[in-house]
Design a protein around this ligand. Structure first.
Ligand code: FE2
Length: 292
C-alpha cells in the first residue's frame, strides 16, 4: 500500500489497496484503518463502485447508520444524494432535493445532530455533472492544534448543541419537516473530540451547532462562526474534484466538509454510507456530563 498526500497535513490517496480488498482482507483493513486515523481523509481512485462493495467496505470500520431514503425504501444503509427525482428526471432548481444539496454546501460534519454521531462517511461518485459539485474538506484537528493554549483550555470541555433543523433553516424554513424536527431533537456534544488511536484532539463543530452551554446565544453563534472560519481558511481547504470511480472516506470527528454547487440542470448522483461512532472511537469523550 502506498499513501500519496492530498493536502497540507491531512488527506491521503491510497494506492495498491482497493475498497474491495479492505472488505475481504483483515490486513488490508488494518493498514487502511491506520491511514484513516492518521490522515482523516482517504481517496481511492478507479474503484469497482457498487452498492454491495461500498457497504462491505464501510462495515469493516464499524456499525452502519440506517438512513431513511424515500427513493430506496425506509431504513437503508444508503444515503442517495442526487438531483434526479424518483421518476428518473432532473428535479427543478427549487425542488427539495436541490435545497438539500444547498444545505450540504454549509460547512458541516455528518450526523452530529443524531443521538449517535458518525465516525466516518464513505462517498462514491455515480453520475458526475462535469464542472462543479466538488467536495471541500478542512481539518478540525489541525485547526485545534493551531488554537492558542488558553483557547484550547476553555473549549476542551465546552458543550455545544447541534440540531438538524438549525442547518436546514439556514436554507429554507420548510426544508426540515415537522416529522424530522420531532425525530431529530437537539443533541449536545463537547466541542472537542479526542482520537483514542493517537491522542490527537479535534474541534467538533458544524453548521448544525448553534448554542454553547453557559454562553449568551449571540456570542455562542459568533464564536461558532469564528471557529468554522478558522478551520476553513482558504489555504487550509482541500478541494476534491470528483472522477468516475472515486471513493472518498473521511473522519467526521476531525473534518469539516461541504459540497460545491453545480449546474442543477445536470445530473449529479452520489451514494453515501455512514459508519456510527462507538466507544472505541472515543464516543464517551465527546459526550457531555449530564445537565444539572
Ligand atoms: Fe455531508
Amino acid at each position: 500500500m502506498e499513501l500519496v498526500p492530498l493536502a497540507d497535513g491531512f488527506g491521503a490517496e491510497v494506492r495498491g489497496v482497493s475498497i474491495l480488498d479492505v472488505a475481504v482482507d483483515a490486513d488490508a483493513y488494518r493498514a487502511v484503518r491506520e491511514a484513516f486515523e492518521a490522515h482523516s481523509l482517504l481517496l481511492f481512485r478507479d474503484q469497482p463502485i457498487a452498492d454491495d462493495i461500498q457497504v462491505a467496505y464501510s462495515r469493516a470500520f464499524g456499525p452502519l447508520e440506517l438512513t431513511k431514503a424515500a427513493s430506496l425504501g425506509e431504513n437503508s444503509f444508503y444515503s442517495r444524494l442526487t438531483n434526479l427525482g424518483p421518476d428518473g428526471r432532473i428535479v427543478p432548481p427549487d425542488h427539495r432535493q436541490v435545497l438539500i444539496a444547498q444545505a450540504n454546501a454549509l460547512w458541516h460534519t455528518d450526523s452530529s445532530f443524531k443521538k449517535t454521531p458518525a465516525l466516518a462517511s464513505v462517498l462514491t461518485a455515480r453520475v458526475l455533472p462535469g464542472d462543479g459539485g466538488e467536495t471541500e474538506f478542512a481539518s478540525t484537528r489541525l485547526a485545534w492544534e493551531r488554537l492558542p493554549a488558553a483557547r484550547q483550555e476553555s473549549l476542551k470541555d465546552a458543550v455545544a448543541t447541534h440540531s438538524y433543523a438549525n442547518s436546514r433553516d439556514q436554507i429554507h424554513p420548510d426544508l426540515a419537516t415537522n416529522l424530522e424536527r420531532q425525530q431529530l431533537p437537539p443533541v449536545r456534544w463537547r466541542m472537542s473530540w479526542r482520537n483514542p488511536a493517537n491522542g490527537r484532539r479535534a474541534l467538533y463543530i458544524a453548521s448544525h451547532a448553534y448554542a454553547i452551554d453557559g454562553m449568551e446565544d449571540r456570542a455562542a453563534r459568533q464564536l461558532l462562526a469564528e471557529l468554522v472560519d478558522d478551520v476553513t481558511r482558504r489555504d487550509k481547504v482541500y478541494v476534491h474534484r470528483w472522477r468516475q470511480g472515486d471513493a472518498v472516506m473521511w473522519d467526521n470527528r476531525a473534518m469539516l466538509h461541504r459540497g460545491r454547487p453545480w449546474d442543477y440542470a445536470r445530473e449529479r448522483s452520489m451514494i453515501r454510507t455512514t459508519i456510527s461512532a462507538t466507544l472505541a472511537d472515543g464516543l464517551d469523550d465527546v459526550r457531555p456530563p449530564p445537565k444539572h
